[in-house]
Each structure stands twice: as structure tokens, then as C-alpha cells.
Design a protein. Structure first.
Length: 255
């Protein structure tokens, strides 16, 4: 006899071993929480290392645009100044120097005298940072799986890989501008306040130090259009706070 919907022990003992497992619903183990985040980060970093760093110093210089930055790095390493180093001792750099400072710092740490790895390492590192930042931003919006796919799409975008492996300023500019815009978006949506706004200003200031005021122009354009599509939340004025403006505009001006 069944008691309270359960088989008595003597009956249960005579059930074939596979019967109970066959009738039980299948169970799956989902990777969630911190473990899922660590797994996703490990996957992304491995892909980034393969896509951005493997044989980074092997290809030769392609053209003058590839060598102009390393020439400025060489002048810095040779002791001709960090603020206004002359390219080949004659030409003033046409772009701000953040990218050149990073390459020169790599050469000083590696004691390499500025080789192809030094010239390309800032791009590869900042491309990796950009991928990780996009993952966390998208994960907060739509979950870990969507964040993982967003970051993987970025890693496998051909032009992104090209810029991550060259010795030009574009990836430095792209990474800091992307981080600044995404942080500013969180303030725009009132998910974060003053500290995030200041951090967004710092990122935009570093983008300006990479390629000039184009970063600020693009930011104004993006959020100007957003005014007509998604009205800002009440806390958006933190983006115009003095500390944020000093970080975005004053930092590049001082450097």
C-alpha cells in the first residue's frame, strides 16, 4: 500500500535500478554568479591573447604612419623630453602624446630601446581592457551570456583586431572613448552618480590626450542625439559638474 503518496520501503527495493532515474526530470548545472563571471573572463582573456598578442612583434612596419609613433617614443627614451619630443629631432608631433608615453614606458621597463613590441603593446593591452569593460557593461544590462557574446563579437571584429595589433594611436583613442561613453551612459540613465561621472570624465580626458578634442566632439554628438531618443534621468547633470569637466577638459589641457 502507498502511504502519503510514497511507496513502502519493501516495494521500492524491488524497483529496477534504472527505473527511478528514467522517470526523474533531467537536471542541468548552470554556471552562474562569480564562477560564471570568472569562466567568461578566462575565455575572453585567452581569446584576446591569441588575437592581439601572439607574434605581436613579428610583422614589419607597413608604412610611415606605423613608424611615426615609434620615432616619437625613441626620442622620449633617448632623453629628449616627455612633453614635446621632436620626431627625428625636427618635427613636432601632430597628435597628443598619451600613446607615445605608453610605448616609451614599455621600452623603459623592457629595456628594449623601442622595438615593434613596444610600439604595439599599448594597443594590444588597451584592446583587451576595452573587451573586458564591454563585457561587464553589457553583463549588467542583459546578463552574462549577452555580455560574453558582445565581448566575443568585439574580439572577432576584423578592424578591431587590426587596430589592436598596430603601432597607431587609434586603439588607445577607441578604448578610452568607449569606456568614457559607457560610463557616461550609466550616469545618463541615473544608475550611477558623481563618482562615475568623474571617472567618465577621466576616460574622455585620456581619449583627448590620445587624439585631440575629437573625443569631446563625439561625446557631445552622441548625447545630443540621445536627448531626442532617450531623455536623461534626473541625475544626468553630474556629467556637467565642475569635477567632471575638469577631468575631461582640464586634464588634457594641463598635459
Amino acid at each position: 500500500m502507498e502511504q502519503n503518496g510514497q511507496l513502502p520501503p519493501e516495494t521500492a527495493e524491488h524497483i529496477a535500478p534504472g527505473t527511478r532515474a528514467a522517470t526523474a526530470p533531467p537536471q542541468t548545472v548552470a554556471v552562474t554568479g562569480k564562477t560564471g563571471t570568472l569562466v567568461h573572463l578566462a575565455m575572453l582573456i585567452i581569446l584576446a591573447v591569441v588575437a592581439f598578442f601572439v607574434l605581436l612583434g613579428r610583422p614589419e612596419w607597413r608604412d610611415d604612419s606605423d613608424t611615426s609613433g615609434p620615432q616619437v617614443m625613441q626620442e622620449i627614451v633617448d632623453g629628449h623630453g616627455w612633453v614635446l619630443p621632436l620626431r627625428n629631432g625636427r618635427h613636432i608631433p601632430v597628435k597628443p602624446l598619451l600613446f607615445n608615453w605608453l610605448g616609451a614606458l614599455s621600452a623603459l621597463v623592457r629595456q628594449s630601446g623601442v622595438d615593434r613590441v613596444d610600439a604595439r603593446l599599448p594597443s594590444a593591452l588597451l584592446a583587451t581592457l576595452c573587451v573586458v569593460f564591454v563585457y561587464f557593461f553589457t553583463r549588467r544590462l542583459a546578463g552574462g551570456v549577452v555580455g560574453l557574446w558582445a565581448a566575443m563579437i568585439l574580439i572577432t571584429t576584423p578592424q578591431f583586431v587590426i587596430e589592436a595589433r598596430n603601432s597607431r594611436v587609434d586603439m588607445t583613442f577607441c578604448a578610452f572613448l568607449t569606456m568614457g561613453l559607457l560610463l557616461a551612459h550609466r550616469v545618463w540613465e541615473s544608475e550611477r552618480g558623481r563618482r562615475t561621472a568623474i571617472l567618465a570624465g577621466v576616460c574622455l580626458g585620456l581619449a583627448t590626450l590620445s587624439k585631440g578634442p575629437l573625443a569631446l566632439v563625439l561625446t557631445v554628438m552622441v548625447f545630443g542625439v540621445s536627448l531626442f531618443i532617450t531623455p536623461p534621468a534626473r541625475g544626468w547633470r553630474a556629467l556637467l559638474a565642475p569635477a567632471t569637466l575638469v577631468a575631461a577638459i582640464g586634464l588634457p589641457a594641463l598635459c
